[in-house]
Design a protein around this ligand. Structure first.
Ligand code: G6P
Length: 607
């Protein structure tokens, strides 16, 4: 999603601005641009497509200056063209924006009626004109911001450069993230600490509604009521070194292979190995009065939540509602007193999930957040923060964050079960022992990488693929289908295997591969019956099971992938691995852009 950097300093900025954009490339974007101020002129360079196009443009037409702003745009209003790329500019200022100005149509009509003409189809350009009107009327940039910000509705982060004030940038955040970086005689603004990591580790996280005046000497911060405020400077842990792929061809593959390590790292924070007990990071947090759990998330994180619903109901006997965030807010959910609202997010910034969190907070729910970025908006607004320790996830398609979320959620379910008297010490020890087996079993699943790569050609030509699973493997079927469509652009559907005969069975023919997830265990026979229904209709099945399951039902399948035999509790963590590897190798076989698939964004900061 859109990425912002800004530098107000003493040395040339353009290369460093572009470096900041490069660090945010993983978020997904479709055009890029910079604007510097040089000898009283705004120097603007923009290019559609990859950042390399902007770099080529800058080689031909440099952008000198010691103050500048830069942006990668993920198109919302208007196609990804040069004219719609940020920065947007008027004679007196240039600005970059992340988020959506929801009332832009009304604002634009009023501006046009007042004689302003527009160059782009974006919502952003209205802000440039609104600010310019005030500046042209004689207001200072500071006064103009105070007039314009209250007119904007929606979620946004803005950074504005003024032609007549070359030593100043103004930034503002409502909903979308923006951080301040503190340097030696320089000040930085950026979408996150990672974007600024090669410039500084000294970061200030702005609160909701804050706006700032940044100069080389520092920042003045104001709250939404324009009162001067102080926000702490904290040391960022984001690494200054460019995050690299090591020996892997893609970040996604590297992150898939990191899973045994990062899941073990995450579990260390949730279980005590000495006595095999579960221990949440905020152990003294009182969960005893919780009577109901509402889980809200998007994308892959939502599927982690669906798995957690099975666990929380099975182990803790707590009723669980679950929704995708974009639906949750608008269906007027019933939120009774004593409820815990649980939000799951890799980034901690997904706009819909964040808005749902705020809705639940206002409704008096206790807020728990499972997030991979501990400094994110969601993490900072949580009553109970449950961090995943996956490390930065760069591939747009989430992999290691998902399995770390599952590890945290399994520990949470066990913890609730213990507190509610549903698990005695012996059962708790058993559960923890199984959880601790997950990293090793995931490593065993990864050992099948070559075999899965070799079967990618069976799936790559397909136009449609079905994924089937039952119980906690049903959300995994959904996740497997999501992975495949995200990165290989093959249409894929995940279905509860028992539900297949209520519709998708009509799709079955020899051209539609069906991936069946069926660990041996209590649900195996039923899933295999559904698989036979597929085969009886000429369907070609890829069976993912353990040796026992494959011995029983593998004959006649198009292919089989053998997983280690694992306890049902950790099966979702282990079976996630072949889902990810299959999607990855099919995408490679099709030659798609695995780490930055078309149209997708890593951190979706617009609703
Ligand atoms: C985007 C990403 C997905 C991710 C989803 C939710 O769509 O491409 O990989 O699962 O957002 O993101 P979150 O950061 O809230 O987990």
């Amino acid at each position: 999603m859109c990425g912002i950097t800004g530098i107000v300093g003493k040395q040339q900025v353009v290369d460093r601005l572009v470096d900041g954009l490069r660090r945010m490339e993983y978020r997904g974007y479709d055009s890029a641009g910079v604007c510097t101020i040089d000898r009283g002129q705004l120097i603007r360079r923009r290019a559609p497509g990859k950042l390399s196009n902007l770099v080529t443009e800058l080689a031909e037409n440099p952008a000198p200056g010691t103050t500048g702003i830069a942006h990668t745009r993920w198109a919302t209003h208007g196609a990804p063209t040069r004219a719609n790329a940020h920065p947007h500019a008027t004679d007196c200022l240039a600005l970059v924006h992340n988020g959506i100005i929801e009332n832009f149509r009304a604002l634009r009509e009023a501006l046009v009626a007042r004689g302003r003409s527009f160059e782009s189809d974006t919502d952003t350009e209205v802000v440039a004109h609104l600010m310019s009107e005030q500046i042209e009327a004689g207001l200072s940039p500071e006064e103009a911001v105070k007039v314009v910000l209250p007119q904007l509705r929606g979620a946004f982060a803005l950074v504005i450069a003024f032609r007549s004030c070359p030593d100043m940038l103004i930034g503002a955040r409502v909903g979308s993230p923006l951080v301040v970086g503190h340097g030696e005689g320089e000040t930085y603004l950026g979408s996150d600490a990672l974007a600024l990591a090669s410039l500084t580790q000294q970061i200030t996280y702005l609160d909701e509604g804050d706006w700032v005046i940044a100069t080389p000497g520092g920042v003045r911060i104001f709250d939404k009521d324009n009162r001067p405020v102080t926000r702490p400077v904290v040391a960022s842990e984001a690494s200054a070194a460019a995050i690299d792929k090591g020996d892997y061809p893609h970040f996604m593959l590297k992150e898939i292979f990191e899973q045994p390590t990062v899941v073990a790292q995450t579990l260390r924070n949730y279980v005590r190995q000495t006595d095999l007990s579960v221990a949440l990071p905020q152990f003294d947090f009182d969960l005893s009065g919780i009577t109901r759990i509402t889980i809200v998330a998007c994308g892959t994180s939502y599927y982690a939540g669906l798995v957690a619903k099975y666990w929380l109901e099975q182990f803790a006997r707590l009723p669980v509602d679950i929704d995708v965030a974009s639906e949750f807010r608008y269906r007027d959910p019933v939120l009774e007193p004593g409820g815990l609202a649980l939000f799951i997010s890799q980034s901690g910034e997904t706009a819909d999930t964040l808005a749902a969190l705020r809705h639940c907070k206002a409704a008096g729910q206790t807020i728990a957040v499972v997030a991979n970025v501990p400094t994110s908006s969601m993490a900072r607004e949580a009553d109970l923060l449950l961090p995943t320790h996956a490390g930065p996830e760069i591939g747009v398609a989430s992999t290691k964050a998902f399995t770390c979320q599952l590890a945290v959620l399994a520990a949470l379910a066990a913890n609730f079960a213990v507190r509610r008297g549903r698990l005695d010490r012996a059962a708790e020890r058993e559960i923890v022992a199984h959880l601790l087996e997950a990293p090793e079993q995931m490593a065993a699943a990864l050992a099948h990488d070559d075999e899965i790569a070799a079967m990618a050609h069976l799936i790559a030509p397909a136009r449609d693929v079905l994924y089937l699973g039952r119980g906690p493997d049903y959300p995994l079927a959904l996740e497997g289908a999501l992975k495949l469509k995200e990165i290989s652009y093959i249409h894929a559907e995940g279905y509860a295997s028992g539900e297949m005969k209520h519709g998708p069975i009509a799709l079955i023919d020899e051209a539609v591969p069906v991936i069946v997830l069926a660990p041996s265990g209590p649900l195996f026979e039923k899933t295999v019956s559904n698989m036979q229904e597929v085969r009886a209709r000429g369907g070609r099945v890829v069976l993912i099971s353990d040796a026992e399951g494959i011995a029983e039902a593998g004959e006649g399948c198009l292919a089989t992938i053998e997983m280690p035999k694992v306890h049902p509790l950790i099966a979702p963590l282990v079976y996630a691995v072949p889902m990810q590897l299959l999607a990855y190798h099919v995408a490679c076989a099709k030659g798609t852009d695995v780490d930055q698939p078309r149209n997708l964004a890593k951190s979706v900061t617009v609703e």
